[in-house]
Write a protein that binds this ligand. Sequence first.
Ligand SMILES: [Zn+2]
Length: 274
Amino acid sequence: MVSDAETRAVYRVLYDTRATPLTMGEIRERVSSLTGKSNLQLDRRLRSLRTFFLVPAVRDKDHRQRFVYALEGWKPDADHRTARKTIRASDRALTFHTYGNRCAACGRTPKDDHVKLVIDHKVPLELGGTNEPDNLQPLCEEDNHAKQALFADHEENAEALRVSLSLPDAHLRIGELLKSMAGVEVPKELIALVAREENHGDPTKRMRELRALGWKIKNSRRKEGRRSLSFYRLESWEPWPPGGPKAAIAKLEHARKHARRLEAQAKAAAEEGT
Ligand SMILES: [Zn+2]
């Protein structure tokens, strides 16, 4: 998608400076020092990034005559532009049906456990979630309150969550959230939220993959009432591999399988020899 090194460097600079956006001249300087190239077609690269990302030029707060370029996130696709303002009754019914009338978090049902189920937005609307069925799930009132409390606790991280959610791949989304909260215990639920994967995905697997890329992530658990809570704390990280984390992880996986196959062959050969 963002294929050449210079365009990726422009993205990197825009991403790193999204809180304090830079002018075109400043971006040019940073990208040049990153790539070692002085002859950048910055305009063209910015245009190609804008196919996928929202990068509006806005007036600098302190110097009103200057324009700065702020990366706002992933460009919404046509679906999002026509997003519904409310949840349709049929989508509500479909959601309950899809989850078998169970709370998506604890599995309890109104019939057997006398809990009340409400419709929850997996990704909250204020973080860019939609009213489309794939963003809806039933939660019991208790789990719904717990989720709201989780967001209330992490209100100061809302912007980090929003930015992470807008990135194109699960490793980037999880990794960038961990980076923006480095040194802090991040609840597994927040990781699962930004992972945006089917069936809650499996943060444990993604963590293993990030660790394989050289990231140091500590896991800790503790009990709070009847809930068992799990946290991840980022201690150090590596830059994203040039071709993106997905490709690098697939490559590592492939190498591991290959090594295992060789080992099995060697073992079989040794057994035959005896
Ligand atoms: Zn529940």
